[in-house]
Design a protein around this ligand. Structure first.
Ligand code: F0G
Length: 487
């Protein structure tokens, strides 16, 4: 078991408990509805947790994107926003924050992370290119493929193992990178992409040593290095915890070191700093100029890029707060607590604990549900039913259908339970763990799902499914037998 980090204190009992280094000053009322109402809600939502309404949700663990709690400083900064179409002072504060935190000189603001992916893909990809990366993210892959590239995931052998104590499962396999360049030719590799705290394989980080090695190969071949920095704060925290060379380095310096390897750094602001928005940054003027004119075309003028000035103010403050270890360690500390508890209950969960959320291996949890019946979709539906907690499918539903009509089966079938920063308490986390444990003891009752409405692109967002049998009713019956009138 790994030590949780700076938010964690040792109790008299010997147990390590994450303690909140903030106090709650504004609250939002939550509702824990009876199971009959939850069944109705998930039916109406087509067994897709994206289609649930938050009025029916107790703990919303769908994502940390745009749901992290804002600090008092972020909220108060929004009152100072400078409303202007062009030349807003709010923008220059954000630009300064990006110089300071990411060490990047030129900035292109965009309305969210995928907009950055659109601009980068349109600018640098030509048909027939290949893009090596540690692992794809859904929107990244969609934009790169739309522009004619093939994604090549060159992770190490450890990356997809559910149980592991390898600290950097997000690393790129350097030999595979060399092989890709040799096989396709460097002229067909416009860039190599590394994603901080690799989202779809359990929020797993890569090491700075791995970045060094990737950079060396890229540089030798004249290939650009692009860093997806959406989860870079938590990633910096993992470096400090897990890479001995950086044990005594400040988070600020770790962030600057990581961004220093990249020719282009882009990010989704809802993850970095709790606000909508995003950006593309570089120190290379030529690269900046190549991308610049797409910003007014798709996003808005260069000093707002589709964001409201209020969000830009809060983003500038949020970026600065990313250098504060007590801020960026909050979510990983709670995730580590949940992962270690679930692991000790024998529940299959990705280890070591990563960033963003706790990831349950749905195939290990529901071995009787065939992959074609979407175990990673059935599990969040079942968990919502028995707890009111909303997680997200990260498996074959988030993948695509092939031309022959079959699904491209995902490498891993995960239920992701996001821990937005400074949002949930320890007793809420304990409730979540208890209901997952109950579900695990009753897992035989959970069946599969099938599509009834399947959009052709990014189907996981709006797709509707139905259970392959009356398993939700049976699960509800057992829940009521065990818990009576308790919610
Ligand atoms: N890159 C990564 C690593 C992401 O996690 C995301 C979004 C994006 C790019 C796209 O950014 O949403 O601002 O357009 N991840 C969210 C999630 C949606 O729930 O994990 P966006």
């Amino acid at each position: 078991m790994e030590k949780n980090g700076s938010q964690t204190v040792k109790f008299f009992s010997g147990k390590e408990i994450p303690v909140e280094l903030h106090k709650v000053r504004i609250v939002q009322k939550l509702h824990l509805k009876p199971i009959e109402e939850r069944l109705q809600a998930i039916e109406e939502g087509g067994y897709n947790t994206f289609l649930l309404n938050t009025k029916d949700i107790f703990l919303d663990m769908l994502t940390d994107s745009g749901t992290n709690a804002m600090s008092d400083n972020q909220v108060s900064s929004m009152l100072q926003a400078d409303d202007a179409y062009a030349g807003s002072q709010s923008y220059y504060k954000m630009e300064n924050a990006l110089h300071e935190v990411f060490g990047q000189k030129y900035v292109l603001p965009v309305h969210q992370g995928r907009a950055a992916e659109n601009i980068i893909s349109q600018t640098f990809i030509k048909k027939g290119d290949v893009i090596p990366m540690n692992y794809h993210f859904t929107t990244t892959k969609a934009h790169m493929e739309l522009n004619g590239a093939q994604i090549l995931e060159i992770y190490t052998d450890e990356a997809l193992k559910i149980k592991s104590n390898v600290p950097f499962k997000g690393n790129i396999d350097i030999q595979k990178l060399k092989d890709v360049i040799k096989k396709y030719g460097k002229e067909h590799v416009p860039f190599v992409r590394m994603e901080a705290s690799t989202n779809l394989i359990g929020g797993q980080p890569f090491s700075i040593q791995n970045m060094r090695d990737v950079k060396k190969v890229a540089q030798e071949n004249g290939i650009m290095f692009i860093l997806d920095a959406s989860l870079i704060g938590e990633k910096a925290y993992f470096i400090k915890q897990r890479e001995p060379e950086f044990k005594n380095t400040s988070i600020k310096d770790i962030l600057l070191t990581m961004c220093g390897f990249a020719d282009i750094v882009y990010f989704s602001s809802p993850k970095v700093s709790s606000t909508r928005g995003g950006g593309i940054c570089t120190n290379n003027k030529e690269l900046y100029m190549k991308m610049r004119d797409l910003v007014p075309l798709y996003e808005g003028f260069l000093t707002y890029g589709g964001m409201s000035v209020r969000e830009i103010e809060a983003m500038a403050v949020g970026l600065m707060e990313t250098t504060d270890e007590t801020v960026i360690s909050q979510s990983p500390s709670f995730i580590a607590y949940a992962v270690n508890e679930l692991d000790s209950l024998g529940i299959p969960v990705i280890t070591p604990p990563g960033a963003l959320g706790c990831h349950i291996d749905s195939m290990g949890f529901l071995p009787h549900v065939p992959q074609q019946e979407y175990p990673a979709g059935a599990l969040p539906a079942a968990l919502y039913l028995v707890s009111g907690c909303r997680g997200m499918e990260r498996g074959t539903i988030s993948s695509v259908r092939l031309e022959d009509g079959t699904d491209l089966l995902a490498d891993v079938e995960l239920l992701r339970l996001a821990f937005p920063r400074r949002v949930f308490t320890l007793s809420q986390t304990m409730y979540l763990i208890d209901r997952i444990n109950w579900l695990y003891h009753n897992r035989d009752l959970v069946g599969g799902l099938r599509f009834v409405e399947e959009p052709p692109v990014l189907r996981f967002f709006m797709g509707r499914l139905e259970p392959t049998s009356d398993w939700p009713q049976k699960l509800m019956k057992k829940f009521k037998a065990d818990f009576g009138d308790s919610l």
